[in-house]
Design a protein around this ligand. Structure first.
Ligand SMILES: *[C@@H]1O[C@H](CO)[C@@H](O)[C@H](O)[C@H]1NC(C)=O
Ligand SMILES: *[C@@H]1O[C@H](CO)[C@@H](O)[C@H](O)[C@H]1NC(C)=O
Ligand SMILES: *[C@@H]1O[C@H](CO)[C@@H](O)[C@H](O)[C@H]1NC(C)=O
Ligand SMILES: *[C@@H]1O[C@H](CO)[C@@H](O)[C@H](O)[C@H]1NC(C)=O
Ligand SMILES: *[C@@H]1O[C@H](CO)[C@@H](O)[C@H](O)[C@H]1NC(C)=O
Ligand SMILES: *[C@@H]1O[C@H](CO)[C@@H](O)[C@H](O)[C@H]1NC(C)=O
Ligand SMILES: *[C@@H]1O[C@H](CO)[C@@H](O)[C@H](O)[C@H]1NC(C)=O
Ligand SMILES: *[C@@H]1O[C@H](CO)[C@@H](O)[C@H](O)[C@H]1NC(C)=O
Ligand SMILES: *[C@@H]1O[C@H](CO)[C@@H](O)[C@H](O)[C@H]1NC(C)=O
Ligand SMILES: *[C@@H]1O[C@H](CO)[C@@H](O)[C@H](O)[C@H]1NC(C)=O
Ligand SMILES: *[C@@H]1O[C@H](CO)[C@@H](O)[C@H](O)[C@H]1NC(C)=O
Length: 836
């Protein structure tokens, strides 16, 4: 899956000699139409001459298939097959691929029998099939351009860039890779690669639906069970999941289109990343899975750990465990696994506990592991909560706290554990006291040892009492708090059973400049309406305030939280929302901000009527204000804050429509920030995230510059970056803006609602600056100080580079109809400007 080279490089020589029936056709086309079917000997060639589609026979088979391959690559690899299960007989030279009268693609033999069909119900029969440069064969409506079917939704054994592998748990729809049966038979083989429906999803390879290999859960930039795969940009992998929709899809991107790379699931069950080496004319295998015996799922049985050291046996028992059957184990039959040597105290009968001298169980830390399968995910526990949960539940065998994932606990047998020599995670394993080896070797590390049993019982009783008391308190309070709003990621995730660790710190707080408000004094009247940007509240004196609730999985204690908030309250600038105070109550952490009557920018910008209130002068003022606010955060403040979630809904507007950035420094309070660091949980909002952040979690001030660029283009156009859908699927505002700008037609991007009030040169300048800010490479983007300067002066601007998101290039006619479509979306504004 990775593009990173391994030291042990392998060169692939295909045993399969593909016999091609194709002869070069003179008038190559990428489109199959009703009147232009393809017959044996003819092919479709994508517009950029990257891929070719036609009839072929694999290996030494003589059967005929329709398939897809790289056109210019001499060592042919079929990347997709249409009629995998239904080959045409070799003798049939009159076969053809056509568009049927119902608009579906159809593969016919000489007798006009259908051997394969796209078989979907179509609204119109006016369809064409186009082979795209990324290797996607699409069936689309010739008039609307709407894609009704695409080969990317029916993967075979090859995972190409931009393809999505994954599943929808609600509809049960799966897009998984499946191997060929043999090199000469493309029908679905035994091996299937896909994602599991759990959270976070795991990458899995099955052999006849039995687990065969496990890549482990996704941590935001990689699968943690795959060592040395590289991160972010390097592996190129992106996992797009939507819990609400129940979808999780894995995709990858190549930054350089001329770099040919694909992942292939071979009929033998190995998974390879293959790159084409043009110079040597070979496929170069840069990464491969399931070659090492430890890769095979559960090879060492329950509680066994596989390590790939030369010479020594590959399976060992986890610490504190012994082979279930010494005889089997010594013969190298590890499937029985291991069993606990000493019973856990918490599993013993109460009668034996009366002894009083018994020492309680502890946890042993194992490092550098591929964590076991069958975990339970406790998304709302921070590190100490995770530990507590496992300590207090005897069925918890082990726990781990992984950056980018959070708390994982195990209540079943630990299977598929591997010892890595690089990377890997820490696992805390529950063991009986005597297994911890405290008496014998004091130097060995022990993580937690609990007091004597009587102490535990007392503590438990106390905790139970406290819990009951707090639960009562909470029930009382919940009657007052009705709901919450404001933003997608501030979801309230709470577990009432979790008791809170830092209430004491909070109530005994020393005084500070920033008031810590008593929770009960903020009579929080939450407004659940979606349009309201935040819950409103009133402070005791009647002062209006906006209240923002922080998500529970911020992984932070009260003391740290308070320190962060105090630091952030020192940030004061006219373009930042002022923090009035905060409340901590149990798990609830609330931030109290000054109240903004005009709410947030998005409520104006994307509303057909309210956008009229934003004339060009106001918009330009907003743009400049945001730029100055960000510059202050980046450069002039004491803290150097990177916002990381700049978007229209985080820009609040005061009575005079002055912009105030909100949520700044929230990234700090979430304790995920390290300067120029790699964060493991990408927290931003799609559409505003820079490529290096979205894909690799790499962020810097330049990621904010990117978001600012998007925001700027949205303000000028009155259109959301992500709201454009035109003909092909992946067009966004940035691509549209770039193409208009490239044709010197950037004024067409302008929101018609402000056409009467605008300064054309300022608008053009702003679009130009916006495009400079959204360039792919962080180094190409200007700094915020340069942006502020560009906005306020007449200096010459450099030429922006094309963003790679614009995969499709639009013709002039396309641009015109897109423009018309946008205008009709904003019908209200069009009627107003007619008199201009
Ligand atoms: C493939 O080869 C043709 C002719 O040699 C050339 O025009 C085309 O650009 C090549 N395509 C790619 C993707 O290199
Ligand atoms: C194809 O070749 C393989 C060995 O490469 C052989 O086992 C198989 O029988 C052959 N199949 C046919 C149909 O000739
Ligand atoms: C599409 O359907 C109409 C009738 O519904 C038919 O007259 C026409 O020939 C069909 N077009 C094609 C390309 O099959
Ligand atoms: C087409 O789909 C229908 C159900 O949607 C199914 O009954 C039929 O067998 C399919 N036909 C082909 C040729 O796959
Ligand atoms: C598809 O549309 C284009 C232009 O809109 C037209 O030239 C072409 O003939 C159409 N193709 C078919 C098969 O209808
Ligand atoms: C896959 O499973 C089958 C049995 O279902 C087994 O015979 C075969 O050896 C397995 N393949 C590999 C590569 O382990
Ligand atoms: C893409 O890769 C090719 C060959 O590896 C190289 O010549 C070219 O400069 C690269 N393009 C970019 C934009 O990095
Ligand atoms: C390995 O051990 C298991 C029981 O632990 C047994 O069922 C299995 O038959 C053994 N396999 C071999 C090859 O001996
Ligand atoms: C617990 O003790 C009772 C009797 O004292 C015995 O019947 C039972 O089997 C014991 N349970 C375990 C798990 O040892
Ligand atoms: C009490 O503990 C001692 C030492 O750990 C042990 O020898 C003895 O059997 C225990 N007694 C009971 C009733 O479990
Ligand atoms: C202990 O853990 C098991 C397994 O996760 C769970 O089913 C059970 O409800 C937990 N018990 C308590 C008291 O939390």
């Amino acid at each position: 899956m990775g593009t990173r080279s391994r030291s042990a490089c392998a060169f692939l020589s295909f045993p399969l000699l593909l016999y091609f029936l194709t002869i070069p056709s003179e008038c190559a086309t990428d489109t199959l139409t009703h009147s232009q079917p393809i017959a044996i000997g003819q092919t479709l060639i994508s517009a950029g001459e990257v891929f070719e589609l036609g009839f072929f026979s694999p290996g030494n088979s003589s059967k005929l298939y329709i398939g897809l391959w790289y056109k210019n690559i001499t060592v042919r690899k079929i990347v997709w097959v249409a009629n995998r299960e239904n080959p045409l007989p070799a003798t049939d030279s009159a076969s053809s691929l056509i568009i049927g009268s119902d608009g579906n693609l159809r593969l016919l033999d000489g007798m006009r029998n259908t051997f394969w069909s796209t078989n979907i119900s179509l609204a119109s029969n006016n369809t064409v099939a186009v082979l795209l440069d990324k290797g996607d064969f699409v069936l689309k409506d010739n008039v609307s351009g709407f894609i009704t079917w695409e080969s990317f939704d029916y993967p075979c054994d090859t995972f190409l860039a931009d393809m999505m592998i994954g599943l929808n748990t609600k509809t049960g729809e799966k897009h998984f890779l499946s191997s060929w049966e043999t090199d000469s038979d493309p029908s679905p083989g035994k091996f299937v690669l896909g994602l599991t429906p759990e959270t976070p999803p795991q990458l899995f390879l099955w052999n006849s639906s039995k687990p065969y290999w496990r890549g482990g859960p996704w941590n935001g930039w990689t699968f943690i069970g795959i060592p040395n795969i590289g991160q972010g940009y390097v592996n190129g992998l992106i996992l797009i999941s939507d819990n609400e929709q129940g979808t999780a899809y894995l995709t990858f991107s190549t930054y350089n289109i001329s770099y040919v790379i694909m992942n292939v699931l071979a009929p033998t069950g190995t998974l390879k990343t293959m790159n084409w080496d043009e110079e040597k004319s070979v496929w170069f295998v840069s990464w491969v899975a399931v070659v090492n015996p430890c890769d095979i799922y559960g090879v060492c049985g329950p509680f066994g750990v596989c390590s790939n050291r030369n010479g020594s046996p590959i399976c060992e028992c986890l610490k504190g465990f012994v082979p279930k059957s010494t005889e089997d184990w010594s013969k190298g039959n590890w499937t029985g696994g291991c069993v606990r040597r000493t019973e856990l105290l918490c599993q013993k009968n109460i009668s034996s506990l009366a002894n009083g001298t018994a020492q309680n169980d502890g946890f042993w830390k194992l490092s550098g592991l591929k964590l076991p399968d069958h975990f339970e995910y406790l998304f709302n526990q921070d590190y100490s909560g995770c530990q507590q949960w496992c300590v207090s539940n005897c069925s918890c065998v082990a726990y781990a706290y992984v950056t980018g994932i959070a708390c994982m606990v195990w209540a079943e047998d630990l299977v598929d554990v591997q010892q890595f020599s690089i990377d890997g995670n820490d696992l805390f394993l529950r063991l009986a006291y005597s297994e911890l080896g405290i008496d014998h070797k004091k130097s060995e590390k022990i993580t937690i040892i609990f007091t004597t049993i009587s102490g535990v019982i007392l503590l438990a009783a106390f905790m139970f009492g406290l819990h009951r008391w707090r639960a009562n308190q909470r029930v009382k309070r919940r009657k007052r708090i009705k709901g919450f709003g404001w933003g997608d990621r501030l979801d309230m995730l709470r577990d009432p059973s979790q008791d809170n660790v830092w209430v004491d710190h909070a109530t005994h707080s020393e005084s500070s400049e920033l008031p810590m408000l008593d929770f009960d004094k903020v009579t929080c009247i939450y407004v659940v309406t979606k349009k309201v940007c935040g819950p409103q509240g009133k402070l005791e004196g009647g002062q209006e305030a906006a209240v923002k609730r922080l998500s529970i999985h911020s992984g932070q204690g009260a003391e740290e939280f308070k320190n962060e908030i105090k630091l952030i309250s020192k940030l004061q600038h006219r373009n930042l929302v002022r923090l009035l105070g905060y409340c901590i109550d149990g798990e609830e952490k609330l931030l109290v901000y000054e109240y903004m009557t005009n709410r947030s920018l998005d409520t104006f910008l994307f509303d057909a009527k309210k956008r009229m209130q934003l004339d060009w002068a106001k918009r330009f003022n907003i743009i400049q204000g945001i730029a100055r606010g960000i510059l202050y955060l980046h450069r002039d403040s004491c803290l150097r804050v990177i916002h990381r979630d700049l978007k229209a809904s985080n820009i609040l507007l005061d009575d005079d429509m002055n912009p105030k950035i909100s949520d700044f420094g929230l990234a700090r309070t979430f304790q995920l920030t390290q300067e120029l660091a790699n964060t493991h949980r990408v927290m931003g909002t799609f559409g505003y995230m820079s490529p290096e952040y979205a894909m690799g979690g790499l962020f810097s001030e330049k990621s904010d510059v990117f978001s600012f660029g998007v925001l700027l283009l949205e303000i000028v156009s009155g259109t959301r970056n992500t709201s454009l859908h035109y003909n092909e699927k992946y067009l966004n505002l940035l691509g549209y803006a770039w193409q208009l700008c490239n044709k010197n037609r950037e004024l067409e991007l302008m929101d018609e609602a402000m056409a009467y009030s605008c300064s054309r040169s300022e608008v053009m300048r702003c679009i130009h600056i916006g495009l400079l800010c959204v360039q792919d490479h962080a180094a190409d983007r200007p700094t915020m100080s340069a942006v502020v300067l560009m906005l306020s002066s007449e200096m010459d601007l450099p030429q922006p580079k094309q963003p790679t998101f614009t995969i499709q290039s639009l013709s002039d006619a396309d641009l015109l109809s897109l423009h018309n479509k946008l205008c009709s979306m904003n019908a209200v504004s069009v009627s107003i400007i007619e008199g201009r």
